[in-house]
Design a protein around this ligand. Structure first.
Ligand code: PEP
Length: 253
């Protein structure tokens, strides 16, 4: 099975950018383009922006958060739970982003619990994995990513993978302007699909969407969109620039 049989996904990770009151107008500009029913478009703003965007779900735009906690409720100052996101009609959450893993090393220990909790609460998870530059230069990126998948996806039942999207985000390509080539990304996506086959089953491997993230722009999207195991993109910086994002949508539509 190739990506023509899986629905593509173009996801925006706004990180900690723009003001909540500017968010709705920006999304309107970002999506001011036609796309087919073969594509999902997901916007992940900071938590504070979610109430300003949630009405867009009625127009078929998916709205997600950039993190959530491992528990439902309790004395966890500054945290937001998956249940709270579901309650305001949020459908997705990004988990395991390298910027969160870098901000708090203990994040690595809780990614698998967060994924399970979020899926059980009813969210679809955009789970991020990917190697550092050192790992890539040492030639051990496949082993590194296989190990991340093994640790982070442990405890998931095969049927839970219907609510999982994997984002391969090589850390050396995030926010650096240096993207993995389409061939490098394709090779890793194929490897990730093999790991899913090994950890779960053939059906999960064929069905799971694996998207690429790391300095995605309009200029490198066409090649990425042509690769059989690249089912879409997770876009940081360029997801704040309407012309760029519109072009990316067009390539994956
Ligand atoms: C990201 O943060 O997920 C990302 C891919 O960022 P950028 O596109 O800016 O590299």
């Amino acid at each position: 099975m190739n990506h023509f049989l899986r629905k593509s996904l173009v996801a925006a990770n706004w990180k900690m950018n723009i003001l909540p009151t500017e968010a709705n107008a920006l999304v309107r500009q970002l999506i001011d383009v036609e796309w087919t029913s073969r594509l999902d478009v997901l916007i992940c703003p900071p938590f504070t922006h979610l109430p300003y965007l949630i009405d867009l779900t009625k127009e078929g735009i998916l709205i997600g958060a950039q993190n959530c906690h491992i528990n439902s409720f309790g004395a966890y100052t500054g945290e937001v739970s998956a249940e709270m996101l579901v309650d305001i009609a949020c459908s997705h959450v990004i988990l395991g982003h390298s910027e969160r893993r870098a901000a708090d090393f203990s994040e690595n220990m809780v990614v698998s619990r967060k994924i399970q909790h979020a899926i059980n609460a009813g969210l679809e998870v955009v789970y991020c994995c990917g190697e550092t530059l050192e790992v890539r230069e040492s030639g051990s990126e496949n082993q590194f990513v296989a190990n991340q998948l093994l640790l982070d996806l442990k405890g998931l039942e095969a049927e839970m993978l219907a609510q999982l999207i994997i984002a391969y985000e090589p850390i050396w390509a995030i926010g650096t302007g240096i993207n993995a080539t389409a061939q490098q990304a394709q090779a890793m996506h194929l490897w990730i699909r093999e790991q899913i086959r090994h950890l779960f089953n053939e059906q999960c491997a064929n069905n799971i969407r694996i998207i690429y993230g790391g300095s995605v722009k309009a200029s490198n999207s066409e090649f990425l969109s042509l690769m059989p195991d690249i089912d879409g993109v997770l876009v940081g910086g360029a997801s704040l620039i309407p012309k760029e994002f519109q072009e990316i949508i067009k390539y994956f539509s």
